[in-house]
Every structure is written in structure tokens, then in C-alpha cells.
Design a protein around this ligand. Structure first.
Ligand code: NI
Length: 174
């Protein structure tokens, strides 16, 4: 299967803002499909274009596969969170671009997201729990924001130190 290479921190593309998609055409559909395959290959529940070094506003998610073992990939172009609940919850998040690092992140528990689907149609979707967390995490990526940015400075610094140590060790092994 043809998949993208997933870039990891500190690659600066992860800190860039992605550009709006003008129209979902065949090229964009092909990118969405390849992003879904890339996400599955890495056992992820979501992936944003920045993570495969592309700077257009596209995300893919599939939380059903993790939660119910039934694949249900959803691709979104220009996703925009138009409503967030005041109720929050926390979930232990990870990110394919910050391998092996996990931390509890507090986010709104329910959201409404507006996006353009693979048929170039405008859609709205309500999401809660893991799906809500996942969509917020991926939309953040399109703005150059990572889950570690939602942590306290102390927690973020501790996590980054651990990450740099692991990356260094991995580099020495290679
Ligand atoms: Ni991520």
C-alpha cells in the first residue's frame, strides 16, 4: 500500500499553518485516501495534512475502528469547529508526530464541526468523547498547534525532555 511518510517533531512543518482547500477534486480525494491508509498503517485515530508534510487543510479520522473494530474513515477539508460544549473531559492523547509520548489533555467534550466532504459537499457533524477530542487535535495541527501546547509549561517541558532523550537514543542505535 502506498502511504505517506509521517514527519515528527522538531520538523518545522508541524508548526506551520495549512492553507484552505479551494475545491475537493480528484487530487484531493487521492490525498485523503492515502492519508487514511497512512493513519491505518500507524494505528492512529486521526491524521492531519501537516503530518505528511502537506500544507492544505485536510484531516482524516477514524475512531470507530479503535472503539468498535469497525472501520469508518471520515475525511474533512477545511474543518471548522463551530460549537464547543462548556463541559470538558480529559483523554490521554498521543500523536504520530511525537512518538511514544502521551499526556492527559482537557478539551470540550462535545463539538460541532463544519467541513467539506470528499464529494465537495458542505457537511456538519456532531461529535462527543474520543471523536470530539480527535477532531480538535487534528484541527489544531492545521494551525500548527500540538497537543503538548495544551499542557502546563512544566508538564510540556518534562515531556519534551523525555522525547529528546528517546530521539537521541534512537539516533544512536541507527
Ligand atoms: Ni497529532
Amino acid at each position: 500500500m502506498d502511504i505517506y511518510k509521517v514527519i515528527v517533531l522538531p520538523n518545522p512543518v508541524l508548526r506551520q499553518k495549512a492553507n484552505a482547500v479551494t475545491r475537493v477534486d480528484d487530487a484531493v480525494r487521492a490525498q485523503m485516501k492515502k492519508m487514511v491508509e497512512t493513519m491505518y498503517a500507524h494505528e492512529g485515530v486521526g491524521l492531519a495534512a501537516n503530518q505528511v508534510a502537506m500544507l492544505n487543510r485536510i484531516i482524516v479520522i477514524d475512531t470507530a475502528r479503535r472503539e468498535h473494530d469497525t472501520p469508518n474513515p471520515i475525511a474533512m477539508a477545511n474543518p471548522e469547529i463551530v460549537w464547543k460544549s462548556e463541559e470538558t473531559w480529559d483523554y490521554k492523547e498521543g500523536c504520530l508526530s511525537i512518538p511514544q509520548m502521551y499526556a492527559d489533555v482537557v478539551r470540550p467534550k462535545f463539538i460541532k464541526v463544519r467541513y467539506v466532504d470528499e464529494k465537495n459537499q458542505l457537511q456538519e457533524m456532531d461529535a462527543g468523547g474520543l471523536a470530539a477530542t480527535c477532531i480538535q487535535h487534528e484541527v489544531d495541527h492545521l494551525d500548527g498547534i500540538l497537543f503538548i501546547d495544551h499542557l502546563s509549561r512544566l508538564k510540556r517541558d518534562t515531556l519534551l525532555k523525555k522525547y529528546e532523550k528517546l530521539q537521541k537514543e534512537a539516533g544512536e542505535i541507527l
